[in-house]
Design a protein around this ligand. Sequence first.
Ligand SMILES: NC(=O)c1ccc[n+]([C@@H]2O[C@H](COP(=O)([O-])OP(=O)(O)OC[C@H]3O[C@@H](n4cnc5c(N)ncnc54)[C@H](OP(=O)(O)O)[C@@H]3O)[C@@H](O)[C@H]2O)c1
Length: 430
Amino acid sequence: MSALKVAIAGLGTVGAGTLKILHENAAEIALRCGRNITVTAVASRDRKKDRGVPLDGVKWFEDANAMAAEADADVIVELIGGSEGIARKTVETAIANGRHVVTANKALLAHHGVALATAAEKAGLSLNFEAAVAGGIPIIKALREGLAANKIRRVTGILNGTCNYILTTMRASGRSFADVLKEAQDLGYAEADPSFDIDGTDAAHKLAILASVAFGTPVDIKAVHVEGIRNVSSLDLQYAEEFGYVIKLLGVAERLDQDGGMLTQSVYPCLITPDMPLANVEGVFNAVVAEGDFVGRSVYEGRGAGAGPTASAVVADLMDIATGRKVPTFGIPAASLKAIPNVPVAAHVGEYYVRLLVVDRPGVFADIAVAFRDEAVSMESVLQRGRNAANVNVVIITHKTQEAALLRALKRLQANAALVEPPHMMRIEK
Ligand SMILES: NC(=O)c1ccc[n+]([C@@H]2O[C@H](COP(=O)([O-])OP(=O)(O)OC[C@H]3O[C@@H](n4cnc5c(N)ncnc54)[C@H](OP(=O)(O)O)[C@@H]3O)[C@@H](O)[C@H]2O)c1
């Protein structure tokens, strides 16, 4: 069988990693596919940059979009990044020109996934994106194929390695958020502008894609409630530990079938118990827990980023195309994806962690108790500890309550002059 011809747009971390695997493991890949995978063309901005991989005989394009139209290739691999601009154009041009697409671009899929999948499916082409969610973990294949016989109830994940590294290191060392973020930047785990990661946007992109594959619903990034980790302090990590919890940034997508098929999609830092599988996922690792009606709970853990793990997923997608294995982009035909109403986060019911920094004077705790009582929020445990002579932290774990009621209680307290800073509130996931 003739070789599968591939053109790669973007030769950064993932692009160079993809070339490296295709080169170093060419024999194993050919054996498993029954044919070779050959890179015929590449596109990147800087032709002089050493990519650390041989590019002899490979046609170089300055313009990725031109490559998508003109290259001698069956597949265009988009590894530039970004939801708009050249990345989007390259993928659209590739599909319009009858070429399969492999991409690691979660931002692109979160914003334009359904339109791109529709176009690819109409043209009988594959649009594969395993690397876009949780890097080296084959979670898309697991949900789309391995668990295909199940109704998935819930998908939960640690989907951003940078945030997981920061929270893990803060907990282990007691150091501040700013200090550990700086270290993560120095180590190359966080970008110079870290907002995409630490504000939860990157995890939200991945969660929206996971929800689409798990629940057969169109990717809807606007439906994801997003909170990042900027406001998680080392104090919160310590208090959480005293109450028997660890703090993780989780993506949670859940179907609430008893209500006729409502969906929740959220990314937020939350408290989980140490016996939960995600509690022990440390450092830059990612993990996903999927719960299906027949399979029960299954857990996937691995490296969510980096050249090797991400390129491993890109090449697996190419191998599916080489062997003719084909599944609709989001598991079911794009035209059959069905919108599911989203439950607003204010309707969330659960236990909560609240930390209030208040002036240390008589009567303040009574004010807190009254605000909670008036909104019918009951307290399970309370801890009060001084930070300095003037102010103390009051930390409360609530019983199960509706989030809207707790927010009303906290709003009342914000009007109280004894409150030194806005309340800190996190959900407890059980
Ligand atoms: N890095 C990871 O661990 C990881 C993990 C999962 C998913 N991803 C996704 O993979 C994609 C690539 O990420 P990356 O980390 O490899 O990015 P990167 O290291 O910044 O590489 C981006 C590449 O795109 C090229 N490029 C930028 N603008 C271009 C243009 N106008 N025309 C042609 N080439 C252009 C750059 O060219 P020059 O090199 O010539 O400047 C560079 O080679 C993104 O969608 C990202 O979200 C990355």
